[in-house]
Design a protein around this ligand. Structure first.
Ligand code: SF4
Length: 378
């Protein structure tokens, strides 16, 4: 049963934060939108892409891009031996690739995770101020106090957190492995402290029945999907399948034909027997969905309607800060190198390595549950 002492951490994303973990970062969404690069003209785009291709070779660098960034950054990564993926695969790919420089297009925690897993590599990001409402809404001091108040619980944190919060955790998860990890922990008798996304945590709690207390953060993009308006769209397209990321509110998840991470959404779109899909996740995903499924129609789930706000555009302002011009700049100058304190990185690496070992065992058909200790075991 879920603990009644649910912590809800409210964060005003429209105010500049005095962010102690990420000193100097600009996090307010309006500042992020103001920093979104101007779309280059067609000839400028072509020239920037050519430059990036040349620089990647010269600098022994590889691009790792998230599904939510600009299509140009996704395509460039794939065309040049890099990867476009979810945060779990981004981390694994960066660790295993031979390049000495990783250019991570996404948000700050992705660059940090890459650096933690590959401390010997140079990790560059187009904009180091590209952040995430989940990371910003889970500051270390308050999170540590929350953990201290629940010493009997195994601490499971989502990848969308700072290196310092990861270092305070027992297990790291992404949306693609969270269900399996929490189920395995529950099976071994663990009670869970979950942070920071309350919607993803709620979904996992409903699916596994695990005993969980939760931090109250949310993703400003997924939080905006609207169930009533989604029902209206489903009525307009009765044959459509609904694909929902579990960072979305419970009533939206309840309308889904498939719930899962960005990779799971892509898989469902490829494999489900339908020609029309309604998709509740960041609309950066549409590029990959449409290129992988040319004969299918993809509609964005509604974010407008009752209680819609200025954040309701189904696109992450921090993801939108990544642009071609900055990729050129960081490759030319070495600017925007991600730094993680070495001892902090070592501590943060433990839960990340646990997750990677667990998911590798799952993938290879081995008993991933055997990697989870019984409660009380050393
Ligand atoms: S889409 Fe949401 S979870 Fe992803 S980086 Fe943006 S704010 Fe964070």
């Amino acid at each position: 049963m879920m603990d009644q002492g649910l912590a809800v951490k409210e964060v005003d994303y429209e105010q500049p934060q005095n962010d102690v973990q990420h000193s100097g970062s600009v996090c307010a969404t309006k500042h992020a939108w103001a920093r979104v690069p101007v779309e280059p003209s067609v000839p400028q785009r072509a020239a920037l892409k050519d430059k990036i291709r040349r620089l990647l070779k010269e600098k022994n660098a590889v691009m790792v891009s998230h599904y939510y960034v600009h299509p140009d950054l996704q395509d460039l990564a794939e065309e040049n031996g890099g990867l476009v993926s979810d945060s779990l695969e981004m981390a694994r790919f960066g660790r295993d690739h031979a390049a000495t420089t990783l250019v991570v297009s996404g948000v700050r925690f992705m660059g940090e995770t890459a650096k933690i897993l590959s401390p010997e590599k140079r990790v560059l990001m187009p904009d180091l101020d590209a952040n995430c409402s989940l990371d910003l809404g889970c500051p270390l001091d308050e999170f540590s106090a929350f953990c201290d108040a629940h010493p009997d619980r195994t601490v499971v944190v989502y990848a969308n957190t700072s290196a310092a919060v990861k270092a305070r955790s027992d297990w790291l998860v992404t949306s693609s492995c969270a269900l399996d990890v929490v189920q395995a922990l529950k099976d071994k008798g663990h009670k869970i402290l979950w942070a920071p996304d309350r919607h993803l945590g709620g979904y996992i709690q409903r699916e596994t029945g695990a005993d969980m207390v939760m931090w109250g953060g949310s993703c400003i993009v997924h939080d905006e999907f609207k169930a009533v308006e989604l029902e209206g769209l489903i009525a307009e397209y009765p044959g459509a399948k609904v694909l929902v990321h579990p960072e979305s509110p419970e009533h939206v998840v309840a309308l889904a034909d498939a719930v899962g991470s960005t990779s799971a959404i892509l898989k469902a779109a490829r494999e489900m027997d339908a020609r029309t899909f309604i998709v509740a996740t960041d609309n950066g995903m549409m590029h990959k969905l449409r290129t992988q499924n040319p004969g299918k129609l993809f509609l964005e789930a509604p974010t407008a309607g009752n209680s819609a706000t200025c954040k309701s555009c189904a696109h992450c302002p921090w993801m939108a800060m990544n642009g071609l011009q900055d990729v050129v700049r960081v490759l030319e100058t070495g600017a925007n190198e991600v730094q993680v304190d070495a001892s902090l990185g070592l501590r943060a690496r433990l839960p990340i390595d646990r997750m990677l070992a667990f998911t590798a065992a799952l993938k290879s058909g081995h008993d991933a549950g055997s990697l989870v200790p019984n409660i009380g075991a050393a």
